[in-house]
Design a protein around this ligand. Structure first.
Ligand SMILES: Cc1cc2nc3c(=O)[nH]c(=O)nc-3n(C[C@H](O)[C@H](O)[C@H](O)COP(=O)(O)OP(=O)(O)OC[C@H]3O[C@@H](n4cnc5c(N)ncnc54)[C@H](O)[C@@H]3O)c2cc1C
Length: 121
């Protein structure tokens, strides 16, 4: 039997979850493709709802297993440490995963280059 073709999605934030769910739908009649989702956290944070957590103590994290339930998506919990684009391998802190297709959606980090004091001072 021929090995499945891995479509690997790195991260389960808004970009990654949306990509994985849409890919699962797109390839639902193509069992030769397997979708993998990787994130360092076992939950997806509804970032746009964070203020609700502060004000109303509302739950803003959803288990990734719950989101991908009954879909052709395998979730891997761990930090992505390296991507080998030559060998087509994603290295995760506890192992590695070969990919045929890769979606990178690692989000962004805020870097404050100029401090507020410098700006107003
Ligand atoms: C309070 C708040 C309110 C917002 N409101 C709005 C709004 O109203 N409208 C709007 O359009 N946008 C809003 N945004 C911005 C929006 O949340 C971001 O644009 C969006 O979350 C970006 O999605 P993303 O998938 O790129 O990354 P993120 O949602 O940041 O997800 C990144 C994911 O990558 C994972 N990750 C990162 N590095 C690694 C690694 N090395 N290995 C494994 N996993 C890793 C993290 O665990 C995380 O799950 C808001 C943001 C905040 C903080």
């Amino acid at each position: 039997m021929e090995a499945k073709k891995n479509i690997v999605v790195i991260e389960a934030g808004y970009g990654g979850i949306t990509s994985a769910l849409r890919l699962a739908r797109l390839f639902r009649k193509h069992p030769e493709y397997q979708i993998h989702l990787i994130d360092r956290n076992p939950y997806h944070t509804l970032k746009t709802q964070l203020h609700e957590a502060a004000v109303r103590k509302r739950e803003v994290s959803i288990s990734i297993d719950r989101i991908i339930k009954k879909r052709n998506i395998i979730f891997h919990l761990g930090e992505v440490t390296r991507i080998d684009t030559k060998e087509h391998i994603v290295h995760i802190e506890f192992g590695s995963l070969a990919f045929h297709y890769l979606v990178i959606a690692l989000g962004s980090q805020v870097i404050f280059i100029i401090s507020l004091q410098e700006k107003v001072g």
